[in-house]
Design a binder for this molecule. Structure first.
Ligand SMILES: [Zn+2]
Ligand SMILES: [Zn+2]
Length: 482
């Protein structure tokens, strides 16, 4: 029976758009999108309530758009979760299952990096908690959001909800003094910290990639020191400058995204692409984390999406934006060549490349026209890469690596023992994907499905200087640089 607010024959119905009953998740923060059929916002009920009976005191509220759509992040407890969605006088229940991957072999390790002669407190508003414990909590929550983002972005490309697994954040005590850290530029910081992390970890099995947040970041009268946002090789680093804006608990996420409180850029770091708000800083931080972590999962740059210019709109994925506005377009650029020197990683030397995102001149800025889209997505090549990637799959530890991918650069032929999943040609200059080939269906450039064992790159697509990356279906990667 419907209440007096609805037409007796055509009452509201709650529908889920991206989840089905008993869907399985390997991560605990899950995005649910849905719509209310026969919704009429003039009836005055503009929110629905979500209750997960497996997590006590978790009653959430989600705003409904005028056309009846909603989206909300929910937290799942291990095992089966029974969620009830209530809108006005109607309810719809759904069961979702959260089972973490069992003994994942490949993991992302998270460090909160503390320099010498520093107490590890990050910069924040007066009296707010900025302890090391608080930092680790905030970082863990942010990484769980990034896990969810990757899984959801994979589904936008038609893949299963795959994502990485991580080890909870712990402090990492650096040999670098805080005084030096605050004088160094981001490349110097990345080099030093990446080197000491890889040396300490001595990960001879190559099971780990590393994400570090620098406690050293400081905003002094609008000048940012001890900061970096770089992902390269196996190590991504990010400054703690906007951590003042990040939530510590799941229940605070939605409020944080919608928090319009102004950030005084003289006192605290304000990296929000012109929004100057707490919510803007949080959205940009999550987008940047996603971007830099993407690099250590071997993604290059794309024209748009999170590996391109669109790193500021993560809030649109999780909440309804009250006053959506177009932000100045960012420009991705390569920041440095001087990191090309190899860093020894227990006998393995990797050619590490550094990239960064830089704001474009606002006067020349283009504006996004796809207003209604949340703009947070992976381009097809990035999704194909991650779908095969070892960190995104339950890879068997005992798998003997009897695979190889060879590139004959003279004849432009790639030979692989296992079927190739993706071949990408990137500009050496910007790390931008110039051309890619997939092997399951026809590429845009050819009429036939390419041979996944023996592939020849057409001569006209290669510039003089290029990087080549190929991944096979089991996630073995070959990189080649001209
Ligand atoms: Zn009703
Ligand atoms: Zn980048």
């Amino acid at each position: 029976m419907f209440c007096g607010k609805h037409n007796a024959r055509e009452g509201p119905v709650i529908q889920f758009l991206n989840v089905k009953p008993n869907d399985q998740f390997t991560y605990s923060i899950v995005l649910i999108r849905g719509q209310i059929i026969n919704y009429n916002h003039r009836m005055g009920v503009t929110h629905l309530q979500i209750d997960n009976e497996n997590i006590t005191s978790c009653i959430e509220s989600a705003e409904i758009t005028t056309d009846g759509k909603f989206k909300v992040a929910v937290e799942l407890a291990p095992g089966m979760n029974h969620l009830t969605f209530q809108f006005c006088c109607v309810t719809n229940a759904i069961a979702l299952v959260f089972n973490q991957r069992k003994n994942p072999h490949y993991l992302l390790r998270i460090f909160y990096i503390i320099c010498q002669n520093h107490d590890g407190h990050f910069q924040t508003k007066n009296n707010a908690d900025n302890s090391i414990e608080c930092a680790c909590e905030k970082i863990n929550l942010a990484i769980r959001m990034v896990q969810c983002l990757y899984a959801e972005m994979m589904t936008k490309n038609g893949f299963a909800r795959k994502t990485f697994e991580f080890v909870k954040c712990v402090p990492f005590y650096s040999s670098l003094s805080i005084a030096e850290a605050r004088q160094w530029d981001q490349n110097q910081l990345w080099k030093h910290h990446a080197k000491e992390i890889l040396a300490q970890e001595n990960d001879t099995q190559h099971r780990y990639k590393y994400f570090g947040i620098l406690a050293s970041t400081l905003c002094e009268n609008g000048t940012i020191k001890g900061n970096t946002a770089l992902g390269c090789g196996d190590v991504a680093l990010f400054g703690s400058g906007t951590m003042h804006a990040w939530p510590m608990k799941f229940a605070e996420i939605q409020r944080c995204f919608q928090d319009d409180t102004l950030v005084d850029g003289k006192l605290l770091m304000n990296d929000s692409n012109g929004r100057n708000s707490i919510g803007g800083c949080y959205a940009t931080a999550l987008g940047s984390l996603t971007h830099e972590i993407g690099h250590i999962f071997d993604l290059g740059h794309s024209r748009d999406g999170v590996m391109g210019n669109d790193i500021d709109y993560v809030n649109r994925m999780f909440t309804i934006e009250k006053n959506p506005r177009d932000l100045p377009r960012r420009q991705i650029s390569k920041c440095s060549n001087n990191l090309k020197q190899d860093i020894s990683t227990g006998g393995i030397t990797n050619n590490r490349r550094l990239t960064t995102i830089k704001k474009s001149n606002p006067i020349l800025a283009n504006y996004h026209c796809r207003r209604n889209d949340d703009l947070t997505f992976l381009t097809e090549n990035c999704a194909i890469m991650l779908n095969a990637h070892k960190w995104f799959n339950q890879t068997d530890e005992t798998e003997t690596s009897s695979s190889s991918i060879q590139y004959d650069s003279k004849r432009k032929i790639i030979e692989s023992m296992l079927p190739l999943a993706l071949v990408e040609i990137r500009s050496k200059e910007s790390g931008m994907c110039m051309q890619y080939y997939r092997f399951d269906v026809c590429s845009a450039t050819s009429a036939a499905v390419a041979d996944p064992f023996n592939f020849t790159i057409a001569g006209n697509v290669i510039e003089q200087n290029y990087d080549l990356i190929a991944i096979d279906k089991n996630g073995h990667i070959m990189k080649w640089s001209s």
